[in-house]
Design a protein around this ligand. Structure first.
Ligand code: FE
Length: 337
């Protein structure tokens, strides 16, 4: 680089910093909901810290952080699913933080034991069924393996993070052998090869291709709240079951985040995460995607309240996350596509 260019560059960066004198937090997020705008503007108003957002698909954001390495400007990673947060942790993209606010507000089961990731909202992964055709819907995850549901079940592929985490939770509860036997029997009950997203599983009930489907609650709540093509117009066909109400409770996953390994604005990052567990932010954060707040006692959005009260599985997701590689291995071994 020629000297005049170097000077110009240095000067330019100095001028930007000095002129703005602006505190910032660089947020890498796979969230893209309208209500998040309020979430961010409220934080900026309260703290004077400006949020710079980089949004994209979760796996692309993680790949970007990997590629940027030690020079990454990322301060905070926000994404969904325990297995993905755990992957970010294992890739060394996150750091441990100490925050009494986060410790006190977020239940232990919804945060990493090393404090590298924290859950900010929850979603239940539950069972749906065709009200007209299914007179005895499955009341437990275990019963999906029952031969009476042969040819009836629509469910996602094993490459999907939700599929990985629910089997990881079953491993945590029942052990590897029982989890493997369960998965092998569920495969025999497939109505079709695993395909599509959660909404497509629900659409399968409406179209008549599936009698029973598994989906996260927010896809269903969203289709009640607003028009989702191929689903909303006939949503009354679809019944729902919160499974395992006499046992461990319905499987819960989370949307969450953590502070990036090389966060240039670490203190601001922690302040942002602490802001996310305030009552008001919890409401915005969960309502934006028809989810359940992570902080106990925060009001539910009307769209999820209508699904009713249920017992949630309180298994420690930090332990569940560790079973994800084994879950993937089981899926591969038993031929769950
Ligand atoms: Fe989702």
């Amino acid at each position: 680089m020629k000297i005049p260019t170097l000077i110009t560059t240095m000067l330019a960066s100095f001028v930007v910093t000095a002129a703005l004198g602006q505190e910032v937090v660089n947020l890498y997020s796979s969230r893209h909901y309208d209500t998040d705008e309020r979430l961010y503007s409220e934080f900026e108003k309260q703290t004077g810290i400006q949020i710079n957002r980089i949004e994209g698909k979760a796996d692309e954001i993680i790949a970007r952080m990997q590629a940027e390495g030690a020079n990454s400007p990322a301060d905070v990673l926000l994404t969904v699913d325990t297995s993905r947060l755990e992957r970010a942790k294992n890739l060394d993209l996150l750091q441990s933080i100490n925050s009494n606010v986060l410790e006190n507000r977020i239940p232990d089961a919804l945060q990493d034991r090393d404090n590298q990731w924290f859950g900010f909202s929850q979603r239940a992964r539950i069972l749906f069924y065709d009200r007209a055709d299914v007179t005895d819907p499955p009341l437990t995850y275990a019963s999906l393996a029952d031969a009476k549901y042969n040819g009836k079940i629509c469910i996602r592929s094993s490459t999907n993070v939700y599929s990985q985490t629910i089997l990881a939770a079953i491993i945590e509860h029942l052990g590897e052998a029982a989890a493997k036997a369960w998965a092998a029997s569920v495969v025999k009950n497939f109505a079709r090869d695993p395909q599509g997203g959660d909404t497509d599983q629900l659409r399968g009930i409406v179209s008549g291709e599936c009698d029973i489907a598994m989906s996260n609650t927010y896809y269903f709540a969203r289709a009640i709240r607003k028009d989702v093509s191929g689903l909303s117009e006939q949503i009354n066909k679809v019944g729902w079951i919160f499974p395992d109400q006499d046992g461990n409770g319905a499987h819960m996953n989370l949307s969450g985040g953590g502070v990036a390994r090389n966060a240039p604005n670490r203190e601001n990052a922690i302040r942002f995460l602490e802001y996310l567990v305030s009552d008001q932010a919890q409401q915005y954060f969960s309502a934006g995607n028809d989810e359940y707040p992570a902080v106990p006692g925060v009001a539910l959005s009307p769209s999820v309240a209508q699904l009713g009260f249920f017992r949630a599985d309180t298994v420690d997701l930090s332990l569940v996350a560790k079973n994800v590689p084994l879950a993937q291995r089981i899926y591969d071994e038993i031929g769950w596509e």
